[in-house]
Design a protein around this ligand. Structure first.
Ligand code: THU
Length: 130
């Protein structure tokens, strides 16, 4: 797995984060089963609850393009160690990605760690059958 194109895309997209309220800029990029890269940044709103995380922006773009299955995802934040995705984003990813999805967390200093989606969210919400 060559992570560099995803890390580059996530870093470039992070530059476009709209984060005037938290000052916390996040970029994300995912590779799809179709071989495409979709990226996202966090988009905050003065009505704080309308804020969308970078990971879900990237995921929604992939779904809207008809190529909805992430096979790898990068999240870039300017923290040490690199930040973990929030529970909402993990739940959203679990709808479309396999539990084994590799999630790579990086920062601009080059620190990185990799976890699988199932390690980050071992028990996603499932609708009851029937
Ligand atoms: N944020 C993300 O973009 N991804 C996450 O997984 C967690 C949080 C954003 C939302 C908000 O704009 C800022 O980080 C602070 O919570």
């Amino acid at each position: 797995m060559d992570w560099q194109p995803l890390i580059r895309a996530a870093g470039e997209t992070r530059e476009r984060a709209h984060a005037p309220y938290s000052g916390f800029r996040v970029g994300s990029a995912l590779l799809t089963a179709g071989g495409a890269i979709f990226s996202g940044c966090n988009v905050e709103n003065r009505s704080y609850g309308a804020t969308v995380c970078a990971e879900r922006v990237a995921l929604a773009s992939a779904v809207a393009a008809g190529d909805p299955t992430p096979v790898a995802i990068v999240v870039i934040t300017d923290t040490s160690p690199p930040s973990l995705p929030c529970g909402l984003c993990l739940q959203a990813l679990s709808e479309f990605a396999a539990p084994e999805l590799p999630v790579r967390l990086v920062n601009p200093a080059g620190e990185s760690r990799e976890l699988r989606l199932e390690e980050l969210l071992p028990h996603p919400f499932e609708l009851p059958a029937g």
